[in-house]
Design a protein around this ligand. Structure first.
Ligand SMILES: Cc1cc2nc3c(=O)[nH]c(=O)nc-3n(C[C@H](O)[C@H](O)[C@H](O)COP(=O)(O)O)c2cc1C
Ligand SMILES: Nc1ncnc2c1ncn2[C@@H]1O[C@H](COP(=O)(O)OP(=O)(O)O)[C@@H](O)[C@H]1O
Ligand SMILES: [Mg+2]
Length: 148
């Protein structure tokens, strides 16, 4: 079941990925290092999730996260990447990123073109924007995990 383990809270340093998020997709994703990926519950469903994200001790923002092998790019290693729905002034590699996965949107898919992948991500973002307004999701935003 795709909602098993939710809400799931993860924390780790922002690491380098393949540099495709911003360049190919116009959608930067903060990638976790391998040890965070390896710490996931083994039966966590790969796919696209929505939830909350906090960089260092900053504000908590909406996010969408992709967990899996990116079939479009056929990655060899599983990745966990978070696109935060906020405009940052600069990169934050090396920062601590806390996320709380609230819900599951869909499984990872392959696409015939980059444009189709980009359009699907835009749809994910729009779905996440709405779903995160719901009271259950707001409760997770206010969880003590994100409070200092
Ligand atoms: C909301 C969201 C949905 C995504 N969905 C898919 C998908 O269905 N299939 C896929 O191959 N990759 C998907 N991706 C992953 C992108 O391919 C990935 O972000 C991109 O390869 C950037 O990787 P990088 O951080 O290593 O540069 C998704 C990413 C996001 C943020
Ligand atoms: N709104 C955002 N969400 C996620 N990362 C962002 C955002 N704005 C800037 N960044 C920066 O962009 C980087 C990700 O860009 P990306 O092209 O996916 O590179 P990489 O392949 O190294 O992950 C993040 O590590 C972070 O430092
Ligand atoms: Mg990335």
């Amino acid at each position: 079941m795709s909602t098993k383990h939710l809400p799931l809270f993860l924390e780790g340093e922002v690491a380098k990925g393949f540099g495709r998020g911003s360049k190919d997709l116009g959608c930067p994703t903060a990638n976790y290092p391998l040890e965070v990926v390896q710490s996931l519950p083994k039966d966590l469903e790969p796919g696209v999730y929505y939830g909350w994200a906090q960089v260092d001790k900053g504000d908590t923002y909406k996010m969408v996260a992709n967990i899996g092998w990116c079939p479009f790019y056929q990655n060899k290693q599983m990745s966990v990447e978070t696109h935060i729905l906020h405009k940052f002034d600069k990169d934050f590699y090396g920062s601590q990123l806390k996320i709380g996965l609230v819900g599951y949107l869909r499984g990872e898919k392959n696409f015939n073109s980059l444009e189709e992948l980009i359009n699907e991500i835009k749809q994910d973002i729009s779905n996440a924007e709405k779903l995160l307004e719901q009271p259950d999701a707001q409760n997770i935003k206010n969880d003590k995990y994100f409070v200092y």
